[in-house]
Design a protein around this ligand. Structure first.
Ligand code: NI
Length: 262
């Protein structure tokens, strides 16, 4: 059985309170050896750490999602930095910009994004970046960060659920980022086909972003980490390689990015 890593989950959400043990059991059954639970604010970041303490295969990312940017106080950065001392914290995220829903004002999102990038740099942690309808702004901010004085070791982070085109993917790869593909790759009109086909296998991660973005054939139901196997299979199909090869590379990339003890 291939060894998989789900690089982006939200299994701390209440939606899993009733059956989290079974969800993780199914993930193990599908070959998921590690998964990253990604925080969206201070509470979910704390919850991610609690899950990481409870389940050996769970690792935590800490951060304020752009939707929650408006409630991030400077004192929260201090809290995150204290929480990051926990050895199972592997990244700062998810951070970034979401100009589609604009649940926090744009300039507030930019401010929170930049402050958390600086935090990641201080903590020497990679970043997990969310970008929706803000390609230009995210590229500008990450370029400045990546080529700035405080450049961390590569890979610098991952563009989660990457939705850009091939040219943009090349820019990010040159800067030292990985790109992650999620369940929508299995949808008939996926925008990510070109990316799944062209991006070198040593630059790809896979994820579920569960409970969101459920892949075929379970589309419409709550998503869960076991379904990351459908993402690996689909990428294999697109590239004409066995899904084991996709699993092997994406797992090695996740191990390198997050420093996972696999
Ligand atoms: Ni997410």
């Amino acid at each position: 059985m291939p060894v998989l890593v789900d690089s982006h989950t939200h299994i701390d959400m209440r939606l899993y309170n009733r059956d989290r043990d079974q969800v993780l059991e199914r993930a193990r059954g599908a070959g998921v050896a590690a998964l990253v639970d990604v925080g969206c604010d201070l509470n979910s970041s704390r919850a991610a750490i609690r899950l990481a303490a409870q389940y050996s295969e769970v690792f935590a990312a800490l951060g304020f999602h752009p939707h929650s940017a408006a409630k991030m106080m400077d004192s929260d950065l201090e809290r995150l930095s204290e929480l990051a001392q926990n050895p199972k914290v592997v990244a700062i995220g998810e951070i970034g910009l979401d100009f589609y829903r604009n649940l926090s004002p744009r300039e507030v999102q930019v401010e929170a994004f930049k402050k958390q990038l600086a935090l990641a740099c201080r903590l020497k942690l990679p970043v997990i970046v969310h970008c929706r309808d803000a390609q230009e702004e995210v590229l500008r901010i990450l370029t400045e960060w990546a080529y700035g004085a405080g450049r961390a070791k590569e890979p610098l982070g991952v563009l989660h659920c990457f939705s850009g085109d091939r040219e943009l993917s090349q820019r990010y790869i040159e800067m030292g980022f990985l790109l992650s593909i999620a369940g929508p790759i299995t949808y008939p009109s996926s925008h990510a086909l070109e990316i799944a086909y062209h991006v070198p296998l040593d630059k790809l991660l896979i994820e579920t972003d569960c409970p969101f973005l459920t892949p075929q054939p379970h589309r419409g139901k709550r998503n869960e980490p076991a379904n990351v196997s459908f993402v690996a299979e689909k990428i294999g199909e697109i590239r004409g390689v066995p899904s084991d090869v996709v699993a092997e590379h994406t797992t090695a990339n996740a191990v390198k990015l997050f420093g996972l003890p696999l």
